[in-house]
Design a protein around this ligand. Structure first.
Ligand code: PDD
Length: 279
């Protein structure tokens, strides 16, 4: 596989990053994941805009323009023959002697991109079955709107959910659901789509923005507000969204089946619309 590291396209085994890189030592880094369907990048502009915002919130620069970034995405998709899959991008504050204070502004930053091939990504059998989620406390920091690589707790939560026999976790704070470990969470009641309002407590999903826009265009009702696990268990359906899962139905929450335990019509329809509109 060809990867991109600081200005160069190299075979993955030749890629080098300093052991002093602050991404490695302090998780002082932001990232984006853009999906690829039929060789085409999905919503690159949305991901680039969120990257800019994450960098700004952390007072981090960006050593290249959006056009250059897009060009690197295209070159990697091409070099690795990606039909369906994703492009991962990470920007760090660079390498410097280990110190909690940020290094000098002129410290060269690291920019790394790689692809992952996922043949048949849009036809995942999981979408036909739906996933089961388990609730867990949300123990992440308070700025989840910034897409940092500080992913240890979401990773632990995913493992804990799996140990409980579920596929993923829905994290709960102050009695209400924040989001999934790597996706935004929704419920559907009496035809209305309910999802948490944007704030610092959740990541502002690019897929979320697109799905809510398509839902409103299709005259579906959308309510942006918090909900509890109990309300979710009593809902008609539930689903999650992300760049890698698109719209993924949720069929069970903490062992309680939703409806008849199969993906609901609203989630299935939104998945179809999303895949159709984004391709
Ligand atoms: N995760 N919430 C969290 C905590 C996430 O990590 C993600 C994305 C989302 C959905 O955002 P988007 O629709 O822009 O992908 C919500 C990516 C896919 C990941 O970490 O792999």
């Amino acid at each position: 596989r060809t990867v991109y590291v600081n200005g160069q396209f190299v075979p993955e085994e030749d890629a080098k990053i300093s052991v002093f890189d602050r991404g490695f030592l302090f998780a002082d880094a932001v990232y984006e994941v853009t999906s690829v369907l039929g060789g085409k990048l999905i919503d690159f502009d949305g991901h680039a805009a969120r990257l800019d915002r994450s960098l700004k919130e952390l007072g981090m620069g960006m050593p290249m323009s959006r056009d250059e970034l897009l060009e690197i995405h295209h070159r990697l998709v091409e070099a690795n023959g990606i039909e369906d899959g994703l492009v991962y991008l990470q920007v760090t504050r660079g390498a410097a002697d280990r110190d909690f204070a940020y290094p000098a502004e002129d410290t060269p930053q690291s920019v790394v991109l790689f692809t992952q091939s996922k043949p048949g990504l849009a036809n995942s059998p999981q979408a036909d079955q739906g996933i089961r989620v388990a609730s867990l406390p949300d123990l992440r920091w308070d700025r989840r709107d910034i897409k940092t690589v500080q992913l240890l707790y979401p990773s632990m939560a995913k493992m804990e959910a799996k140990a409980k026999g579920a596929d993923d976790a829905w994290m709960v704070e102050d009695g209400v659901v924040t989001e999934g470990t790597s996706n935004n969470a929704y419920i559907v009641k009496d035809g209305k789509i309910i999802t948490r309002q944007l704030g610092t407590e959740i990541l502002h999903g690019i897929t979320r923005a697109a799905v809510l826009r398509f839902a409103r265009e299709a005259q579906m009702k959308v309510e942006e507000r918090t909900f509890t696990i109990e309300e979710a268990q009593a809902a008609d359906e539930a689903f999650v969204t992300s760049a890698s899962a698109f719209v993924m139905p949720v069929v069970e929450i903490d062992g309680e089946k939703l409806g008849d335990g199969t993906p609901g019509p609203v989630a299935r329809r939104l998945r179809e619309i999303y895949l159709e509109e984004s391709r």
